[in-house]
Design a protein around this ligand. Sequence first.
Ligand SMILES: [Zn+2]
Length: 626
Amino acid sequence: MRGKMSVLGFWVSLFWLSTAAFCGESNDGKELIGKQFFNQLYPGEDPKFFWSPRLEKLSFSDGTMQLSTGDKEKISAEFKVSLENEIAPALNFSCDCKTESGKAKLLIYFNSSLGKWLSENSFDLPQDNWKKVSFRIPLPPNVSTAKIAFFLNGKNARLSVKNASVKLIAMEKTGTGDKIKIQSGNSTEKCSGIYIMKSDSANMVYDEKAAKILRKYIYDSTGEILPVTVLDESPAGKLKPGMILLGKAAAESGKISESIIKNLKNEGYALNTSGGIVALAGKNPSGVISGTYALIEKMFNAVFITENEMEPNPGKSEQLTFKEMSFSASPVFELRLIHDGEALGYTDSDYIGDARYIGSKSATTCHTAEGLLSFEKYGKEHPEYFAMDKNGRRLYRDPDSTRFNVHFCMSNPDVKKIISERVMEWMKVNPEAKYFYLTFGDGGGKYCHCKECVAMGKTPTDRYIKFVNEIAAKTAVKYPDKLFLTLAYVDTEEAPLEVKPLPNVKMLYCPYPMNWSNHLEAFSEENKEGMRTLDGWLKKCPGNMYIFDYPSCCGEALNIWPAFYANYDKIKFYAEHGIKGLIFCGLRPKGGGSLDLILSMQCRVMFSAKCSGTRSLMRKRKSTVS
Ligand SMILES: [Zn+2]
């Protein structure tokens, strides 16, 4: 998954509970437009959070979107739908719409997973009374997202849209159904399909996604579309040769020994192929995704070198056979995050709460303060909710500045109540996420200097952790498995003196350039102050520590091999000191070139911790790229 759009998966999976199977022949029926695009999910939430731009003239009521130009000549608004790993020749868009005093157009355009524009289709929408429209649009190859955009022209024009729907058109059945085989001793069994099992939506999203990924790679290679069946109950005792079991179905099948599954660490996976059956289980939901990509690599005897490319290129196959084998792996770092790197072994990005559910502008932002406590909503009536600067002035928006960051008054009980409630709503509507950012806005020296906040603790870090702990203690009652990610960053870079974060609070220590100015040599003299502050945290609360790192310095952007060795040394250091999570700021695959190679090598180090030999392998790779 590369975009953030497959949060849709949650709604899709609810739909699935009432269906027996999804497969190439029954694509139609699945609604790809999530409920969040047209409906308010909880009081204080707005469907607009998922649209771009978030115009004032865009509003929603009872599932109907309304866009108006007012005194402007034209206006537009759009949202994205994920088509990641789908197999379909076309999609069908339909909606009921009404245009008053102007002209409206619908534009649907398609992008690849790297954000490349692929094609677009434009349609005039009818005027005056409500009318149903329906358009069938062919999908270009390598499509990853569809953007659905509404354009409105004419002063005081108004467009209303409801019952919007995007459904995939079923693929014509291709192939003979016998190109996929599973080894069983000296013979092979014809593969009957992929099987997953019903479970809670938080888990099933990943099993369902794993099934789609595997099905897509098999289809791309052989032209065969394997059916995916959702089992009502455990397949144990009812196994038949030819089955590919994924996720929970595999874990409960009895095909993988209980001790292997028990010994998996967070986000690990285990596979067993024998007797004509493939079983792949993952620990915690997203382990199954990493395991699926590992299985695809074994299947083609190739390695992912970018998010979409393997080396050697598997090309087309007349026959694909799952050979008998068993393997298991557990990553050293349970959280390994960049933008879009699942095939390379990074954690599925749906594991991080989509911050648009609370109103943050970006799905993946690590600064969620503006969504947690809206300055627009509360700033005027309750300036005391926001941080007081050292001159005694509460947070304000400087009209001349393009940057604005929300900082809380952490001692205010209403602030803690509002944020706790908002976070719990977020956890409820975004069940597939495990981690939720609970962080202050960017910038230094912006924490609250009011008397009550200062009295909360000796240092800004102590006060901040007390504040986060209070919210984390409240949400843990209802959501004990969810984890908060928060920042040891700039004002909170020093470890606390008086408190420790609760177990469900993970500290993202940021080796920020102020104290870590040397990006090319991890433990140089210039980074000594940074090492001291990190060491303080490791002594205080080693079990809570994750890292939010800056792997390529801006000044090194043109270096073909930016900071790899320094990152490698740091990753090794983090692993040796029990740090369990690593997020890399700003990194995303570019679709080829040295950065993708760095990303793939880096994750292999994070996953396997087989650090010996990596340096020489890197040198070899480097000379190849050079
Ligand atoms: Zn305060």
